[in-house]
Design a protein around this ligand. Structure first.
Ligand code: FPP
Length: 253
């Protein structure tokens, strides 16, 4: 079997990959099982993706694990997802340590149950010295929540005289988002054949390449991740410039 890994140019990796893990419910339905069975099997995909990303040298992996809107799902599914999160974080400490991965979380974390938050915080603390890759879980996250929160924070600073209105620029806004300090994702992957962004990292993906696959998240494996990276490496990233300008710039390097 051809290993797609060999086709990846390690000198042109994105520093930050973001993933919308979708299709767990449909995957479970295809097997005649409850939705939570899909979420449980999605954990293997999380592990494979995190290991593959860390081994290649990707610095940041940000996974959409639970959106603000997901609170509106049936109470038993919300409960099952939260308890899966707690047990997974607990069970995967070895994986995080073995791969030198630092765990991080973004979102309205205060809306999590104290037990969930405590488990999460403990794993974040235990992995804070790991340096190979930062794996961020977006939990109770939505981009509009994040941007609103950032605007409130900036407005407060303007009111207190810490920031002058005319000095507010792109960087000021980036610095007040939950992802402050991280580079913007260059690649966003969404599984399950849905072609939406679903309130995810709206500011940060301004120039990201988008890779959509029909693979359902519980079926997503290393080779699917490699495929997304190869697709990314075949794109011409222009940042608003012309193709000719990009070619001229490349010929000078
Ligand atoms: C979307 O599928 C998936 C989620 C809302 C949850 C993602 C959670 C996991 C993969 C489980 C574990 C994760 C971690 C990080 C421990 P969906 O339910 O919307 O699927 P559907 O569109 O087919 O209904």
């Amino acid at each position: 079997m051809i290993d797609l890994k060999d086709q990846i140019d390690l000198s042109k990796l994105p520093r930050h990959v973001a993933v919308i893990m979708d299709g767990n419910g449909r995957w479970a339905a295809q097997q005649g099982k409850e939705r939570v069975f899909g979420h449980q099997n999605g954990v293997t995909s999380v592990r494979e993706t995190a290991e593959a990303a860390a081994e290649l040298g990707i610095e940041y992996l940000t996974l959409y694990a639970f959106s603000t809107e997901n609170w509106n799902r049936p109470a038993d599914e919300v409960e099952a997802l939260m308890s899966l999160l707690v047990t997974t974080i607990h069970n995967e400490m070895d994986t995080l340590t073995k791969n030198n991965i630092r765990l991080n979380a973004i979102g309205d974390l205060n809306s999590l149950k104290p037990k969930t938050l405590a488990e999460l915080q403990s794993a974040i603390d235990q992995t804070k010295h790991h340096s190979r890759m930062v794996m961020t879980l977006a939990l109770s996250y939505s981009s509009r929540w994040e941007i609103t929160h950032a605007m409130q924070c900036i407005a407060r600073k303007v009111k207190n005289g810490e920031i002058a209105v005319e000095n507010i620029d792109n960087q000021t806004i980036s610095n007040h988002l939950a992802t402050a300090g991280m580079p913007d994702p260059e690649l966003l992957i969404r599984t399950s054949g849905e072609y939406r962004i679903s309130n995810y990292l709206l500011w940060q993906i301004a120039y990201a390449e988008l890779h959509f696959t029909t693979t359902l998240w519980p079926d997503f494996r290393r080779q699917n991740f490699y495929e997304a990276l190869i697709d990314f490496q075949h794109r011409e990233r222009r940042f608003g410039k012309t193709s000719q300008q990009i070619k001229t710039e490349l010929s000078k390097t």
